[in-house]
Design a protein around this ligand. Structure first.
Ligand code: ZN
Length: 188
């Protein structure tokens, strides 16, 4: 875990003021973080930390770059541009952390920003992401279609069928004939 040390900020005895950090994150970092949403990327992160008193902090993140995610249509890797920001406050104590307020152990007085950055990026990934027109691996897309009970289509209407399909996946395995018909309708 040594390589991740650079994301750990020691908050002991900090003077009031604004502190700036910059991280260039690559595949190696994301692989170490080990999240399920994505494992590869190339991202620049600017962090502004404001210390308003010895035990209360605020963090602002500006995140720009690209991450690699599987295309929803052909499952091959695709590069997705990410440009997002994030914010949370932090204080020393033992409370339960949430999206807005993070509690930091008074014993450690350190915060590891790597997971927070990962989460901000993961939140910025659109639910549906596909290659640009013509860039899908068509052979894979075809295979995917024939093994799934629905096609991940290209327009907004399809999010509806995706919802229906996830219902099926959770329940019975049989293909509802209506969805089968829908699928045939969409493949031209
Ligand atoms: Zn694709």
């Amino acid at each position: 875990m040594k390589a991740m040390d650079r994301f750990i900020i020691d908050l002991k005895h900090l003077e009031k003021g604004v502190y700036n950090y910059h991280f260039s994150m690559t595949d190696e970092d994301f692989e170490k973080i080990g999240g399920s949403e994505f494992q590869k990327g190339d991202v620049e992160v600017d962090v502004e930390m404001r210390v308003s008193s010895g035990d209360s902090f605020s963090f602002d993140f500006e995140i720009d770059g690209t991450v690699i995610v599987p295309c929803d249509r052909c499952l091959e890797d695709m590069e997705l541009e990410i440009s997002t920001d994030g914010h949370f406050d932090a204080k020393f104590g033992d409370g339960e952390s949430d999206d807005e307020l993070v509690f930091i152990s008074e014993i450690d007085q350190k915060i590891d920003l790597s997971w927070h950055i990962y989460e901000f990026i993961a939140l910025a990934i659109p639910i549906r992401h596909v290659h640009e027109d013509g860039e899908c691996d068509e052979a894979m897309a075809e295979k995917f279609r024939s093994h799934e009970c629905f096609e991940s289509g290209e327009d907004d209407e399809d999010s509806e069928s995706a919802d229906l399909a996830s219902d099926t996946a959770a329940g019975e395995k049989e293909i509802d004939p209506r969805w089968e018909a829908l699928k045939n309708f969409k493949i031209k």
